[in-house]
Write a protein that binds this ligand. Structure first.
Ligand code: NAD
Ligand code: DAU
Length: 351
């Protein structure tokens, strides 16, 4: 039996990852350390709530003592660090917590893991620290070219800068101590359980509530979308096969403009649920400050070295996703009240 410490496992990708691992393997138990910020939700883990291989701990990754206790109690084989403040717009308004969690939290996890794993003659090769990073650390692309693992880091938002700083700390633990680490840098994820502050669930939620659909700037910024389960399989591959110290970009060549995404959601909902939903709901609003124009991942390395490739086409993934939110409207309604209402008003005013 292997034991993974998954941080941020009550968030969007973390919860999908835990469900994926427990469904796929019988010999892995998961300690899920999550502080349950506004983005953490134990409802995301309903599917595994009675599974004894999922052990939840309400813990802040910056808390040395609490993380230390987890390592004392369990023989952790692998840390998968999803825990982060993850929303670019929030980082523009309040960068401090991004530095605290994303940078100091990652350093704390590294340090506790190092103490637990380091032996006189180095590290046990079976141990792994996986840092879940993002393509945003590379900055923005023009109309051509892709981000490779060798692209220079050039983050723009406070969120992206905090993730780049964390990546450099992880790299330093490899360069200095030879700690067994990998960094993954994935493109935009979409799928079930994504908090409706992010473009796709926000647009679905607003369509379901017949509210205006905010599109920043000219709507022509490009993101490279990956279905969350494909991301989870890629992380699993990196844990099992990734060469120590390496960075792996993850993406599936699925670049779309934001306006294309919004129109796709409208079309699906109009055709399958409510034909009164139409493009009149689109509202162009002020652009995001420092808005990166285009992201595009070159996934050749993970494809060629680890044999991973995405299996869900965008057309299939977006249908499954919209359908999931329609079916789970109660989940959306549960979130889209309280803190979310205040956030929405602050961000979008009277749309
Ligand atoms: P999310 O915001 O949905 O979830 C983050 C989780 O971390 C929440 O459950 C929250 O409670 C928890 N958390 C926050 N601060 C914490 C702290 N101090 N201690 C313990 N837990 C804490 O985020 P997500 O979209 O699932 O992203 C997960 C990771 O993947 C992040 O590191 C993000 O940078 C990275 N990533 C996200 C995407 C994407 O498209 N969403 C793409 C690439 C990389
Ligand atoms: O690229 C990976 C990153 O993708 C992750 O590291 C981040 O954690 C994740 O939040 C995501 O960042 P983005 O800023 O790309 O995602 P977001 O869903 O916030 O926005 C996607 C695009 O849609 C972006 O160009 C901004 C635009 N947008 C977003 C919102 C919320 C709008 O036009 N209107 C909106 O209301």
């Amino acid at each position: 039996m292997k034991t993974y410490l998954v941080t941020g496992g009550a968030g969007f990708i973390g919860s999908n990852f835990i469900i994926y691992i427990l469904k796929t393997y019988g010999d892995i138990q998961i300690i899920n350390a999550d502080m349950l910020t506004y983005a953490g939700n134990l409802e995301n883990l309903k599917e595994v709530e009675n599974n004894p291989k999922h052990i939840f701990a309400k813990v802040d990754i910056c808390d040395k003592e609490a993380i230390g206790k987890i390592f004392e109690k369990y023989a952790i084989d692998c840390v998968v660090n999803f825990a982060a403040e993850s929303h670019v717009d929030r980082s523009i308004y309040d960068p401090e917590v991004f530095v605290r969690t994303n940078v100091l939290g990652t350093q704390n996890l590294l340090n506790v893991a190092k103490k637990a794993w380091e032996k006189k003659n180095g590290f046990d090769r079976e141990k792994k620290f996986i840092q879940i990073s993002t393509d945003e650390v590379y900055g923005s692309l023009g109309d051509v070219g892709y981000f490779t693992e060798n692209t220079a880091l050039d983050p723009h938002s406070p969120y992206a800068a905090s993730k780049a700083a964390a990546d450099l700390i992880v790299k330093a633990y490899y360069d200095t101590y030879k700690m067994p680490v990998n960094i993954t840098r994935c493109s935009n994820n979409y799928g079930s359980y994504q908090f409706p502050e992010k473009l796709i669930p926000l647009i679905i939620n607003n369509c379901l509530n017949k509210k205006a659909l905010p599109v920043y700037g000219d709507g022509l910024n490009v993101r490279d979308w990956l279905y969350v389960e494909d991301h989870c399989r890629a992380i699993d591959r990196v844990i099992r096969k990734g060469s120590i110290g390496e960075v792996y970009n993850i993406g599936g060549h699925n670049e779309r403009t934001n306006i294309y995404i919004v129109k796709t959601v409208i079309k699906y909902i109009s055709e399958n649920l409510d034909n009164t939903i139409n493009e009149d709901l689109i509202k162009y609003v002020e652009d995001r400050k420092g808005h990166d124009r285009r992201y595009g991942i070159d996934p050749s390395k993970i494809k060629e070295e680890l044999g991973w490739k995405p299996t869900t086409s965008f057309e299939e993934g977006i249908k499954k996703t919209i359908h999931w939110y329609i079916k789970n409207k109660a989940w959306l309604d549960g979130i889209a009240s309280g803190e979310y209402t205040n956030y929405f008003e602050k961000m979008y005013g009277n749309l």
